[in-house]
Ligand binder design. Structure first.
Ligand code: CP3
Length: 341
């Protein structure tokens, strides 16, 4: 039995004593304890070594006091398992030297046996669950198919992902083949995470907001829908499609238990769009954590008031920035924990 199940109860729409809080990308570079391990081991070595992934996953629970742990890994381990080389280059971000551009390239990717290719993640999850010892729930995750296609086709980060869009708009059949392969892999991967002990799973569609509402439905949401349908009876699911606020109603209709929102939409408006049957997660501007602590405290309280009690998971509207001081992250978490409506 979990000692702190605020997150899971909020996702199921049950009453809680207070609002749960965690931060996207909470296991990462703003923590000095993480930077020590980063000096010693490569990025994928940290992901692939269960003891390291476990230690990094638990760091923010111990240091910042969040109400949930999120598995330390990356969304790009899925393209890797599907057969593509992925490098993480300092100051450049992810690079895939041989991206997918033609029908011939598609022959280089496969729907893998996830136990063979991603078994190290399941091992990490089993170890993390043991070490967490029921203190807080563990969030598993994967990238949404459209966001993974962005990297698999563009081959690197981008502000517009124009090459990924060109691929989808000029070779739609190939694009849908690839999206379906990613979807099938992701379903098996997330089911494996749940079997290993993940208490809930989040889909990161970081680039969902680059698409028009129609294209978001056609290229992104239709695959997210399949993934949520395959998992929602096993564990609560959360969809975070950054910038895709126009489709909150359609995302709620998938049956997802939680929807992440960024800071560019009013909580009240998001609630209206999403309806009363889904929990909302967000939506503090990550850059606001660079403000003086009293400003953080004031604005977090305003955010909590705007969401109102119940059906809200306090979080940032995107990942925490590497230059945020730890005491500022802690002020964010503590303000939520001490808040009384
Ligand atoms: O949330 C957590 O703390 C768990 C771990 C986690 C990481 N990446 C670790 C990581 C999670 C959930 C992710 C998700 C992820 N990865 C997303 C979706 C969320 C988002 O922020 O939009 C995306 C788009 C990626 C792809 C990715 N991985 C990029 C663009 C980069 C480089 C830029 C950056 O943020 O550093 C990474 C590397 C990465 N993934 C780091 C970490 C801690 C930093 C690398 C390092 O420390 O050496």
């Amino acid at each position: 039995m979990l000692k702190n199940d605020l997150l899971l109860r909020t996702l199921r729409g049950e009453k809680t004593e207070r609002t749960p809080v965690w931060m996207m990308r909470q296991a990462g570079r703003y923590l000095p304890e993480y930077r020590v391990l980063r000096e010693k081991y490569g990025f994928f070595e940290r992901c692939q070594t269960p003891e390291l992934a476990c230690e990094i996953t638990i760091q923010p629970v111990d240091i910042v006091g969040v109400d949930a742990a999120i598995l330390f890994s990356d969304i790009l381990v899925v393209p890797q398992a599907m057969g593509l080389e992925v490098q993480l280059i300092e100051s450049k971000g992810p690079v895939l030297p041989q991206p997918i551009q033609t029908a011939g390239d598609l022959n280089r990717v496969r729907v893998p046996d996830v136990n063979e290719t991603l078994g190290y993640v399941f091992d990490a999850i089993r170890l993390i669950k043991q070490e967490l010892n029921d203190r807080v729930p563990l969030i598993g995750f994967a990238g949404a198919p459209w966001t993974l296609l962005c990297y698999m086709v563009q081959g690197k980060g981008s502000k517009t992902f124009d090459e990924a869009k060109t691929f989808c708009y000029t070779q739609p059949e190939l694009a849908h083949q690839l999206l379906q392969m990613i979807t099938d892999t992701t379903i098996a991967y997330l089911k494996g995470q749940v079997a290993a002990g993940a208490d809930t799973v989040q889909l990161f569609d970081s680039w969902g907001g680059l698409l028009s509402p129609q294209d978001f439905e056609n290229i992104s949401l239709r695959y997210i829908r399949q993934i949520v349908a395959a998992l929602k009876d096993e564990v609560p699911t959360i969809i975070f499609a950054k910038g895709a606020w126009h489709s909150l109603d359609a995302m709620a209709a998938t049956g997802a238990h939680g929807l992440g929102i960024d800071w560019c939409i009013h909580p009240q408006m998001a609630r209206q769009f999403a309806g009363a049957g889904t929990s909302l997660q967000g939506n503090f501007d990550p850059a606001k954590l660079l403000s003086p602590i009293p400003v953080i405290e004031k604005e977090v309280k305003e955010m909590l008031q705007a969401f109102g009690p119940g059906r809200h998971i306090a979080n940032l509207g995107h990942g925490i920035l590497p230059n945020v001081p730890v005491d500022h992250a802690k002020a964010f978490v503590d303000t939520v924990k001490n808040f009384v409506y």
